[in-house]
Design a protein around this ligand. Sequence first.
Ligand code: FPP
Length: 247
Amino acid sequence: MSFKEQIIPEKLPAHIAIIMDGNGRWAMKQGKDRVFGHQHGIGAVRNAAEAAAELGVKYLTVYAFSTENWNRPRMEVDALMSLFVETIEQEQETLKKNNIRLNAIGDLASLPKENYKKLMDAIGRTKDHNRMVLTLAMSYSSRWEILDAVKKILEDYNRKKITADDLTEAYFGLKLTTAGMPDPELLIRTSGESRLSNFLLWQAAYTELYFTSKLWPEFEKEDLYEAIVNYQNRERRFGLTSQQLNR
Ligand code: FPP
């Protein structure tokens, strides 16, 4: 039976997050430069988005560019920025066909002005799509996001809009860039690395982590199905015991 056939629709994760890693290594393996790998990573994003939408996943969040990625060689950063804009414009048709709403999280103000504008335009064009939300994490890091949330909360506190007792997990969540989204049930990282690299640290408190040695440009629909089947075979206990869950 294929992995797709093994998926139990009732146990589908509502939110899947992906750390798309290994573009550089994939390119180097074939004697090409790193940008070639990023270019080939786009097809994998398209496959993952289409597969997730077709299954009925409601939110797909991909780590496209971290705060730390700004420290890569200037040429690679510039190439990635151009690639993002070109891709977002070229993929309008895929987004429309699959009824996918585009969203972005991160320190978007730090993006080059033109990129920011084009990103916002593309997001605006998909605002009425309602099958799935595809979120690009751009210039994103969890530590940045958490500090940003704390600053917003301090502002509310100083304006006497809240007292210390109002600071609940739910309230904190509303100040994060993912406000309104459910936490991801499943987080996938490609390329054999087993770490979160500053991605969705608050949101991933109870997320099931799935690591695969596939490099991102090699990631196909079947790999997403395999990750979902693996997730569905786990017991999520949220701090309870197995006996409590199965009573
Ligand atoms: C990590 O691989 C990948 C990135 C930093 C960029 C990811 C971007 C894409 C896949 C393009 C997608 C475009 C859109 C619009 C979402 P790496 O360079 O760290 O690989 P390495 O670890 O092998 O060096």
